[in-house]
Design a protein around this ligand. Structure first.
Ligand SMILES: NC(=O)c1ccc[n+]([C@@H]2O[C@H](COP(=O)([O-])OP(=O)(O)OC[C@H]3O[C@@H](n4cnc5c(N)ncnc54)[C@H](OP(=O)(O)O)[C@@H]3O)[C@@H](O)[C@H]2O)c1
Length: 484
């Protein structure tokens, strides 16, 4: 029998984000539908995925790009949000959802599948309210298009923000004083089950709009911490206290976890009130999916981490615009530079030096002067940046868009060039570029200062650069010899 479902085009938007990347990967592996991706930057799609899929570039704020992405599409996943990109993200999300819905209607799309947050309007945080509003906008024209609106609370998966918070707190703090909000209940769900619901929604035999609340057993954040510690084989003691405001808790979270203040505050705000399932549509319409327990989801996430198989992370989307230093001309020396050139001709090969370049950061560290890097990370955290603790997704592999400590990978030309854009709080724009040539490594720190403060900053850190950058290039080349 011919596989008719194979003809359907399924569009995955947000395919460079935490959920979208995993969904695209899953659908491509199964191969039962024709997958198309809509992304803002094609380069962020992993080469192995890009080879097998139709990719349309553009944003939901560009109508022609939406038209091109939705042409011939039967089902469209909406896995987009603007939180982090601007303070008025709710407004951006509203416009984005309206544009998307109207473009879907114009293109004759049958169904939109959207994943939003779990919870009710009355007690919703600002972030959740925006997610609810997005769902309402997408489902506002049921006569023209149907919407399946899945809702999930805490998602547990390798690299998810909630899991990283729980894992880091459990690993770093044997004793914890816990504020009141950690006792409100929520219904966490494992990432695999989220993907199961999303995937099953493509062919769900249902007509019209549907809201589906998803989650496994109801647990408080405190219970999640206790259970996660057990899975990790750790003994942890939690002491409840009636104080510690959500704001203080958020500061606490940025100290001990990789999550920046804005995201920590949104998560804590979201957990302040109970967020449990409001309907049983998951069990009614998707009886084949039996959500894994919280403990199982934690064990799965840890397994993926241990196997170095993290497909996506909470910091994958690039809220801040990261661009190539080559996009800037340098009028009157506006860009300040620190260049180190190390020759290698004692048997090191270009590809080995490049591999060594791509091994920097995360658990691998920054070769020498790690303490200086760590201090810079702590300073960054204290001023609201990401610090060093985001680490890297994989110890061996990098891709464009990956967060790498307080950098983001902006360009990656295998064997040749790695360009990192700084995401730390600095008065200007900073890049670190590695250009591997046949017999030399050219390492350049570029800085485009913002005004006088920017210049003062650059000159004040120059003495540190002298040690850190000189040594970095040398050690990269030396370790290429060792790793041959
Ligand atoms: N992750 C969770 O723990 C979680 C929990 C519950 C619900 N959800 C829901 O799941 C959905 C997806 O979340 P996520 O965590 O995967 O988000 P994410 O990692 O932040 O990814 C967001 C994606 O949206 C893309 N994007 C943003 N604005 C866009 C625009 N205007 N046009 C086109 N693409 C745009 C980003 O592209 P760039 O890569 O170019 O930035 C990125 O691919 C959201 O609705 C969220 O509320 C997530």
């Amino acid at each position: 029998m011919p596989d008719t479902t194979k003809q359907k085009i399924v569009l995955v938007t947000g395919a460079t984000g935490y959920i979208g990347r995993r969904l695209a990967h899953r659908l491509l592996q199964k191969g039962t539908v024709n997958v198309r991706l809509m992304v803002r930057n094609k380069e962020k799609v992993q080469a192995s995925i890009a080879e097998q899929v139709d990719i349309r570039e553009g944003s939901t704020f560009e109508k022609p790009a939406l038209e091109a992405a939705l042409e011939g599409v039967e089902t469209a996943f909406y896995l987009i949000h603007s939180m982090g990109s601007a303070d008025d993200y709710s407004n951006l999300d509203r416009i984005s959802a309206e544009n998307f819905r109207d473009a879907c209607i114009a293109a004759g799309v049958r169904r939109i599948i959207y994943l939003g947050g779990l919870g009710v309007k009355e007690s919703a945080s600002e972030h959740l309210l925006s997610r609810i509003e997005t769902g309402e906008i997408l489902s506002a024209k049921p006569d023209a298009i149907e919407t399946i609106w899945l809702r999930a609370g805490v998602i547990i998966g390798s690299g998810s923000a909630s899991f990283e918070i729980i894992r880091n707190l459990c690993q770093k703090l044997p004793l914890m004083i816990t504020p009141r909000w950690v006792r409100s209940r929520t219904q966490p769900i494992g990432i695999d089950d989220v993907l199961n619901y999303l995937e099953s929604s493509i062919a769900l035999p249902h007509q019209g709009n549907l809201i589906v609340d998803t989650g496994s057993e109801a647990l408080s954040f405190q219970q999640m911490m206790e259970q996660a510690a057990k899975v990790m084989g750790l003994k942890r003691y939690l002491f409840p206290v009636p104080f510690l405001s959500p704001r203080l808790s958020s500061y606490w979270l940025i100290l001990f976890t990789p999550i920046p203040y804005k995201l920590a505050a949104a998560l804590v705000e979201g957990l302040k009130s109970e967020t449990v399932l409001q309907n049983d549509n998951a069990a009614r319409f998707y009886p084949e999916i039996q959500p894994a327990t919280f403990k199982q989801a934690v064990a799965d996430a840890i397994h993926e981490l241990e196997q170095n198989q993290v497909l996506s992370r909470w910091c994958d989307s690039s809220a801040e615009q990261a661009c190539d230093i080559r996009d800037f001309d340098n009028p009157a020396g506006a860009v300040l530079r620190d260049t180190r050139i190390i020759s290698f001709n004692k048997g090191e090969r270009q590809e080995d030096v490049f591999r060594s370049v791509c091994g920097i950061g995360g658990k691998n560290g920054w070769f020498r002067y790690n303490l200086l890097w760590r201090i810079r990370g702590v300073v960054d955290k204290l001023v609201g940046g990401s610090g060093l603790s985001r680490g890297r997704r994989s110890n061996t592999d990098l891709r464009i868009g990956d967060a790498l400590d307080f950098w983001r990978v902006v360009d990656l030309k295998p064997g040749k060039r790695l360009l990192l854009h700084a995401q730390m709080k600095v008065p200007g724009d900073a890049w670190l570029e590695f250009d591997v040539q046949p017999h030399q490594l050219v390492q350049t720190a570029h800085f485009l200062p913002k005004g006088l403060w920017g210049r003062l900053y650059w000159y004040s850190v120059l003495p540190f650069h002298h040690f850190v950058f000189k040594d970095l290039s040398k050690t990269i080349v030396n370790s290429a010899t060792k790793n041959q």
